[in-house]
Design a protein around this ligand. Structure first.
Ligand SMILES: [Zn+2]
Length: 455
C-alpha cells in the first residue's frame, strides 16, 4: 500500500476470468514490462490476451507474467471502453486474465457510493453512508490479500463501477469529509449497513453470533416512508420444508413453526420448527437466508399460522377393502356417529402428538363403522388386519402418508439484516435536521469519527 496524503492506494480486481482485454487512454499509455517502459499514443488501443500461464501484449508480441499500464498525463484509462481512474496491472491467473486497478482509496469510494445510496438524498445521510463505506473499506483492506489485491468489484466487497459509477454530488461530498472514518478504541470500526431496519436495528450478536459493542440494537423511528415499512408474506409449509431441507437445516416435514423474539427486543432471534421427525431451533438470520433475502425481507416480523389441515397423502382405505364406494376417507372424516373424537380436532392447531391421537381416534371410529357395515352385508374379509397394518405404517412413517398443507403469514417491517446503519433511518434523521455525526453516533454507539492514518 503506497501512501499519499493519508489517502492510500488500494487495488481492485475489475476483470477476472476473461481471455482478453482492450486498453486505451486519451492521454496516451505507458506500458512497463520486465523493467522496460513503452510509450503508446492516445490513438492506439492495446490488446492483451492470456496464454496458458502468461500475458501477451499482442501489438508488440511481448510475453510476460505481469504488465503495468499507466497514463502518460492526466486522463482516464479505458478498459474495454469503460473509464477508470488510476493505473493497472495485468496478470495471468490459471490461464485467464486478471486486471487490477490501482487507485486512491477515495477514488475507489467515488466509484462505489452511488451503488449504495441515492446521491439526491439529504446530504447528511449521504455523508454518513460515505464514512460508513470508507470505514468498511479500510477495515477490509486485507480481504483479498491471498489473491493479490484488496477488493473485488462485486457486492462481496462493494460494487465498484469506475468513473461511470461516479456522481458529481457524491464526489463533492466525499471531498468535503476527506479521510474521515469511524473508529472504536482508536481502531477502524467493523461497520455494516442495511436498507431499512423497520424501526429497530438488530445486534451483531443476534444475527452473526458475534458480540460487537457498537453493533447493538437501537431504535430507528424515522423510516415510516421507506418502501418496506410494512410488508406481508405468505409462505406455505411445503415451501418452508423444501427451503430448510435444501439448506440442510431440517429433516422430515414441517408440522409447526414458531418465531421466538429477542428478550426485550422486537426482532425475531430464533425460529422453532417441529417436523414429523424432530424439533429444531434455527437462527432467524439463517432461516431468512435459506428462504431467500427477497422472499423474507427482514427478521423483524410476527408469525401467524393461517390454516393447518392435515390431509392424507394417500387413502388409508384402499379400493379393494370391503367398504362401499362412497366410503372415502374424507367422508369418514366428516361423518358424525356420536363419537366426540377426532372431528373436533380438525379445527385446532396440530402437534405430532395430536396427529397420533387423531389417527387412533379415527381408527376406533372406523372399526365401529366397519363392524356395523359388516352386520348388514357379508364378506368377512380381513379388514381389521389390513387397517391395523396401515395404521402401523402411518405411525412409523407419518411423512409418507400425511402432508401438512398449512400456510404461515409473516407480517413484518424493514429490509436487510438490520445491523448497523439503517440507510432509510439515516435519510429520516437527516430530514429532521440531524448531522452526519449524530446519525453515525446513533447507529454506532460508542464510536468516534477520526481521520484515518495509514502507515
Ligand atoms: Zn470481494
Amino acid at each position: 500500500m503506497v501512501c499519499a496524503q493519508n489517502d492510500p492506494v488500494v487495488t481492485v480486481c475489475i476483470v477476472n476470468g476473461k481471455s482478453d482485454v482492450l486498453l486505451s487512454s486519451t492521454a496516451g499509455l505507458k506500458v512497463i514490462v520486465d523493467k522496460k517502459a513503452y510509450s503508446v499514443s492516445a490513438q492506439e488501443q492495446l490488446s492483451f490476451i492470456a496464454s496458458k500461464t502468461k500475458v501477451v501484449w499482442q501489438e508488440r508480441q511481448l510475453v510476460s507474467s505481469s504488465f503495468r499500464v499507466t497514463t502518460q498525463g492526466k486522463g482516464f484509462i479505458l478498459v474495454n471502453n469503460l473509464p477508470f481512474r488510476g493505473s493497472f496491472t495485468l496478470k495471468n491467473e490459471r490461464g485467464n486474465l486478471i486486471v487490477i486497478n490501482h487507485l486512491y482509496l477515495d477514488d475507489y469510494i467515488r466509484g462505489t457510493i452511488k451503488m449504495e445510496i441515492n446521491p439526491h438524498w439529504p446530504e447528511e445521510a449521504v455523508k454518513a453512508q460515505i464514512i460508513t463505506a470508507r470505514t468498511y473499506a479500510v477495515k477490509n483492506l486485507t480481504r483479498h490479500r491471498e489473491q493479490g489485491y484488496d477488493f473485488c468489484a462485486t457486492s462481496h466487497c462493494q460494487v465498484y463501477g469506475g468513473v461511470n459509477a461516479e456522481d458529481p454530488i457524491t464526489n463533492k461530498l466525499i471531498d468535503s469529509i476527506k479521510g474521515f472514518i469511524l473508529t472504536y478504541q482508536n481502531q477502524p470500526a467493523g461497520v455494516c449497513f442495511h436498507s431499512e431496519s423497520g424501526g429497530c436495528t438488530d445486534s451483531a450478536f443476534n444475527v452473526w453470533g458475534k458480540n460487537v459493542p457498537y453493533l447493538v440494537s437501537v431504535y430507528s423511528p424515522w423510516e415510516n416512508d421507506s418502501p418496506h415499512a410494512q410488508w406481508e408474506v405468505e409462505i406455505s409449509s411445503e415451501e418452508l420444508t423444501r427451503a430448510l431441507q435444501q439448506a440442510g437445516f431440517i429433516q422430515g416435514l414441517i408440522v409447526d413453526v414458531q418465531a421466538q423474539p429477542n428478550s426485550g427486543e422486537q426482532r425475531v432471534s430464533k425460529i422453532l420448527i417441529q417436523t414429523t421427525l424432530k424439533k429444531y431451533q434455527i437462527p432467524a438470520s439463517k432461516f431468512r437466508e435459506a428462504l431467500g433475502y427477497d422472499r423474507l425481507p427482514s427478521t423483524f416480523f410476527e408469525l401467524t399460522p393461517i390454516k393447518k389441515t392435515l390431509i392424507p397423502a394417500k387413502p388409508i382405505i384402499k379400493p379393494q377393502a370391503t367398504l362401499s364406494p362412497s366410503s372415502s376417507v374424507s367422508e369418514n372424516l366428516g361423518s358424525n356417529n356420536g363419537n366426540p373424537g377426532y372431528r373436533e380436532m380438525l379445527d385446532k392447531d396440530w402437534s405430532l402428538d395430536d396427529i397420533f391421537t387423531f389417527l387412533s381416534l379415527r381408527e376406533q371410529e372406523r372399526q365401529k363403522s366397519n363392524s356395523s357395515r359388516m352386520k348388514q352385508s357379508s364378506p368377512p374379509k380381513p379388514v381389521e388386519r389390513f387397517e391395523e397394518k396401515e395404521t402401523l405404517e402411518t405411525l412409523h412413517n407419518p411423512e409418507t402418508l400425511y402432508r401438512d398443507h398449512s400456510k404461515y403469514l409473516f407480517r413484518g417491517k424493514g429490509y436487510g439484516h438490520g445491523v448497523g446503519l439503517s440507510q432509510w433511518g439515516a435519510r429520516g434523521m437527516a430530514m429532521e435536521g440531524y448531522s452526519y455525526q449524530e446519525i453515525l453516533f446513533h447507529y454506532f454507539p460508542g464510536c468516534e469519527i477520526k481521520k484515518a492514518r495509514f502507515k
